[in-house]
Design a protein around this ligand. Structure first.
Ligand code: C5P
Length: 234
């Protein structure tokens, strides 16, 4: 497969066309941002680690018949994926209160939730990815009710698979963000990445944070946390 022109550059990744019109190369960078791009930095080798972690998790999900955009891990920083049209929604699942939900609802981080929370945000940097509900998503044309139902079903299945997988490795999956895309034939597939950039991982024994919150909150040992996740998965 030959790399073609750059199609898109995001905060943590670049997307390139390839010699196959249905495939793209996703290139993982070391850039880290937080608070809608207000805080910027680099985490050494993050791109390499996230590419490995995400590839492993996409492989795991594939085994459980979850449709994803992942095709193969090409090299240190590049992943081959199906070309999809991204649905402009950030799908967030919360097993334990943390981050923006803890803040918004005045809950102590780590509070157990009586049910798993399914959240949608409208993916728009200029608006700061506002929290929306399913009717907002349909009203603005971001998605359809039918698609959201499908996304919800796949998302809860992913939560079950990933929660069990990480718990076996001594990690609590607190919350995470997913993005979905549509293939040219209209099929909804999991896209983007799953990594310590997009999940909250807490050590099951100590509750130590092993994810991007170490960067967001200046907790130190950021790279070490990513290495720890990679080692426990490996
Ligand atoms: O900040 P908040 O608590 O809403 O984040 C919930 C989850 O979604 C966290 O795991 C965070 O890493 C992830 N997230 C993300 N990209 C965003 C917002 C949140 O990956 N733009």
């Amino acid at each position: 497969i030959k790399q073609g022109k750059q199609l898109y550059e995001g905060k943590a990744k670049k997307v390139f066309a390839t010699s196959d019109k249905d495939l793209v190369i996703i290139h993982y960078k070391d850039d880290a941002t937080a608070f809608n791009g207000e805080k910027k930095g680099q985490i050494e080798d993050k791109g390499v680690m996230n590419n490995k972690i995400a590839s492993g998790l996409f492989e795991l999900l594939k085994k459980s018949k979850i449709p994803t955009h992942f095709v193969s891990h090409l090299n240190d920083r590049d992943m081959l994926c199906k070309k999809v049209k991204i649905i402009p929604l950030e799908v967030i699942v919360r097993n334990v209160a943390a981050g923006s939900m803890a803040k918004r609802l005045g809950l102590k981080e780590g509070t157990k939730l009586k049910t798993t929370v399914f959240e949608l945000s409208y993916k728009d940097d200029s608006l700061g990815d506002p929290l929306i509900n399913d009717s907002h998503a349909v009203a603005i044309g971001a998605s359809t009710f039918d698609e959201i139902e499908k996304i919800k079903k796949i998302t809860f299945k992913i939560n079950d698979i990933l929660s069990a997988f990480f718990l076996k490795r001594g990690i609590k999956l607190i919350d995470f963000k997913l993005e979905f895309g549509k293939t040219p034939d209209g099929k909804i597939v999991l896209a983007d990445e799953i990594s310590p950039d997009t999940c909250r991982f807490w050590d099951a024994k100590t509750n130590e944070k092993l994810d991007k919150d170490r960067f967001r909150r200046d907790l130190g040992n950021v790279k070490e946390a990513y290495i720890e996740i990679l080692n426990r998965i490996g």
